[in-house]
Design a protein around this ligand. Structure first.
Ligand SMILES: [Mn+2]
Length: 470
């Protein structure tokens, strides 16, 4: 296991030195084989028991597991001119584990589990920098239960505050790294007036800019025909700044039609959008306990003009604190917003790749702990995949242990004498071991073959150690 990775956990303050050491061992073992059950991942009986003991321990908060990683994230961020922190919520569904206690209701009351609100940092070019924060939301049965007298509304309002907290956490990072340009990105759920205000209050010092996809058709300060001007109409009427063009990947998704989830599919294509930009001042919404102050910022409307028949047009209304007056600036904000896709990939690797929803543990607390550990492993897989593409020529020994690359090379190349491969050569070997065919048309191995390959590399490394320790 490369040392810099176990370092992510080395300083975890778990109120017990032995427990901290055990955690490093467990993490090193799990990292080599995400997707494999804890039993298989940790090999020996002792380690398996240690993993279970740790995961079932109540002597520390799950946040303590992430703290050393968070410190490493801030250090990595410092090396970049621009950092994009996306926030998003994902659910962990453990409804099938009837015996597990300490879980809460999900959106549909019959499903049980918890939510994680992640703050995932990447560079402007997309290098994964890690998880800046992960807040667990465990709903209480009583507060959530909707009756005629108690509607779901209060909990939704309370939970929506996580977007403001997420911005504030990103703001802290921006203050820590005054040399670095920091952006907070969120989709429509994060369109909350208090976020604009938190940014406004931070004026005068280093602060995190934000890009949020507009959710509400807010009333603006101006008046049109005696009525308050509306956000969407105002943007539609703004002059065209220019056109942009980009490629989309094919994408499977879901959308809500009459409150039912419907599967959607979008083919890969070249999208052309016309761009309109405007500085806006929305009217502050009414809130209990005090008036909100006015905030001015920019809005960008990007509208698809070559939508293929039968498909929905790709249309975004983005709000941003960053001044936008030129087409170049608008294009950059749109590209930064598109980096939000990386957090979706991260959640997918964590859930589908590391299969954290199949881990069987007795308590919700233990499951939350395992999600925290696997979140760091999922980041690591994406980091390796990306590094292999961006710095293909560095020696693989920078990120892999000698026993790992020597044994894997011996197996794949059928020769013990091969020299140290470059990182990209070794990732190709890991991918091959994970089932990636590696033909020219296949491209670089993706996360799925990387994590399967890593599990095999770990086994080879164990055998290598066993034969060399004699
Ligand atoms: Mn979302």
């Amino acid at each position: 296991m490369p040392e810099d990775f176990t370092d992510e956990f080395a300083n975890a303050d778990l109120n017990d030195v032995r427990r901290s050491r055990r955690l490093c061992k467990v993490v090193a073992a799990l990292a080599q084989s995400p997707g494999v059950s804890i039993c298989a991942a940790t090999g020996g009986w002792n380690e398996t028991m240690a993993a279970y003991r740790l995961l079932n321990s109540t002597g520390f908060e799950p946040a303590a597991l992430l703290a050393p990683h968070q410190e490493a994230v801030a250090k990595r961020c410092a090396g970049h001119a621009c950092v994009v922190v996306s926030q998003d919520t994902t659910e962990f569904d453990y409804s099938h584990m009837k015996e597990t206690t300490g879980l809460g209701p999900l959106n549909d009351e019959n499903r049980r589990g918890f939510y994680m609100h992640s703050l995932y940092a990447v560079s402007e070019q997309g290098l994964p920098l890690g998880l800046l924060d992960a807040a667990i939301m465990l709903r209480d049965d009583d507060t959530f239960r909707s009756t005629a007298t108690r509607k779901k509304r209060p909990i939704e309002q309370k939970e929506s505050y996580r977007w403001v907290e997420g911005y504030n956490r990103t703001l802290e990072l921006a203050r820590q790294l005054p040399e670095c340009e920091v952006f907070s990105i969120s989709d429509r759920e994060g369109d909350i007036f208090e976020v604009y205000q938190a940014w406004q209050r931070a004026e005068g010092g280093p602060r995190a800019e934000w890009i949020i996809r507009a959710n509400q058709d807010r009333a603006l300060a101006g008046v049109v025909d005696g009525e308050p001007a509306k956000l969407f109409e105002a943007l539609e009427a703004a002059p065209i700044l220019g056109e942009i063009e980009f490629e989309t990947r094919s994408r499977k998704g879901t959308k809500k039609v009459n409150d039912k989830k419907v599967d959607t599919f979008r083919r890969a294509r070249t999208v052309r959008q016309v761009i309109r930009v405007m500085k806006i001042t929305p009217r502050p919404p009414a809130r209990k306990g005090g008036k909100l102050s006015e905030v001015s910022f920019w809005a960008i409307l990007a509208e698809d003009i070559n939508t293929p028949p039968g498909e929905d047009p790709i249309r975004w209304l983005l709000l941003t604190s960053k001044e936008v007056t030129t087409l170049e600036e608008a294009r950059r904000i749109i590209n930064l917003y598109l980096r939000r896709w990386d957090i979706e990939v991260f959640h997918r690797v964590l859930k589908t790749g590391c299969r954290v929803e199949s881990i069987q543990l007795k308590t919700g607390q233990a499951l939350i702990n395992s999600v925290m550990i696997y979140a760091v492993i999922a980041w690591r897989i994406l980091y390796l995949t990306h590094l292999g593409r961006q710095c293909p020529d560095i020696p693989c020994g920078c990120v892999f242990e000698e026993a790992e690359w020597k044994s894997a090379c011996a197996v794949v190349k059928r020769s013990k004498e091969a020299g140290e491969p470059t990182l990209s050569e070794f990732i190709a070997i890991v991918g091959k071991l994970g089932g990636h065919l590696g033909r020219k048309s296949d491209g670089a191995p993706g996360p799925q073959s990387i994590w399967q390959g890593l599990a095999r590399v770990r086994d080879f490394a164990c055998a290598w150690h066993a034969f060399h320790e004699k």
